[in-house]
Ligand binder design. Structure first.
Ligand code: CAA
Length: 283
């Protein structure tokens, strides 16, 4: 039984994962490097839950119980030494992730499953940093985590069937719909989503249409909830570039070449919503 979950990284994804885990009745340790980061993550969770109270979907007592199940910890050993499952949602950097997984492998009990929320890095390579590659798996949540139904569950080369099954069951208990995927660059979600976004950026680059027009075509013509450029700003243009580079390098195919305009925006510090400017300007 998975009861104790440790979430590493209290940013947008990590705090969302901690929220849905606590809502599913699990005990959660939320870990980040500094107290101000865990405090910020907890404040977002509290705001989300309070909105549910206002809408009559939760009582104040239920909100407080859920919040009470999330304990912030900046020390990795304290955060992970009793975990049944660790879900890592730290920055998308292979060196940082392999270092974290090496440390987690030493800190965690032998039964602990180590999952990563990476959006495109190879699960198999992350798993190889540990002595338990059969217990390492991808658990890719979508943004915003409390709202989006999907979790891509990615098998590394060595992932055991039993580990896959336990993670699939847990994703369901968290109110999500898991989909089984094998370990290839970008998995399924980003292999398909990011080339579409990159193509939308190329359409801007080539002067086919203005960003607003491109988004309107995809929203009204294809019923997408957000146009691809609004979505790119939402995901973060640095993340979009990083995923395109992972696809380009992983497949060695020029069809995944990142659009030069995407590179230029990232170099300019236009990263989308989080920096106040991307394809749109945010106040
Ligand atoms: N956190 C928690 N709840 C949120 C939220 C957030 N950040 N943003 C919106 N919500 C909730 C709202 O409170 C609202 O809840 P209720 O229905 O209970 O009132 C609900 O979501 C709908 O929100 P809105 O009415 O404000 O706006 P909307 O109808 O436009 O929906 C959206 C917002 C759900 C984000 C929708 O625009 C959407 O689905 N966009 C596409 C999102 C998407 O594609 N995500 C995947 C990104 S790719 C990814 O994550 C993978 C990767 O590796 C890069």
């Amino acid at each position: 039984m998975i009861q104790q979950v440790t979430v590493i990284g209290a940013g947008q994804m990590g705090s969302g994962i901690a929220q849905v885990a606590a809502q599913a009745g699990l005990q959660v340790k939320l870990n980040d490097l500094k107290e101000e980061f865990t405090a910020k993550g907890l404040a977002v969770i509290e705001k989300n839950l309070t909105r549910q109270v206002t809408k009559g979907r939760l009582t104040e007592a239920e909100r407080d119980e859920i919040l009470g199940r999330i304990v912030p910890r900046t020390d990795l050993t304290e955060a992970a030494s009793k975990a049944d499952l660790v879900i890592e949602a730290a920055v998308e950097n292979m060196e940082i992730k392999t270092d974290l997984f090496r440390r987690l492998d030493e800190i965690c009990p032998v039964h602990t499953i180590l999952a990563t929320n990476t959006s495109s890095l190879p699960i198999t390579e992350i798993a190889a940093a540990t002595k338990r590659p059969e217990q390492v798996i991808g658990m890719h949540f979508m943004n915003p985590v409390p709202v989006m139904e999907l979790v891509e569950v990615i098998r590394g080369l060595a992932t055991k069937d039993e580990v896959y099954q336990r993670v699939e069951d847990l994703a369901k208990a968290m109110g999500k719909t898991p989909v089984e995927v094998n370990d290839f660059p970008g998995f399924v979600s980003n292999r398909i989503l990011l080339p579409m976004i990159n193509e939308a950026i190329t359409a801007v680059y080539e002067g086919v249409a203005e960003p607003e027009a491109i988004d309107k075509v995809m929203k009204l013509g294809m019923n997408h909830p957000m146009g691809p450029l609004t979505l790119a700003d939402f995901i973060g243009l640095d993340t979009c570039l990083y995923i395109m580079e992972t696809l380009h390098e992983g497949f060695g195919d020029s069809k995944y070449r990142p659009c030069p305009l995407l590179r230029k925006y990232v170099k300019a510090g236009w990263l989308g919503r989080k920096s106040g400017r991307g394809f749109y300007v945010y106040e």
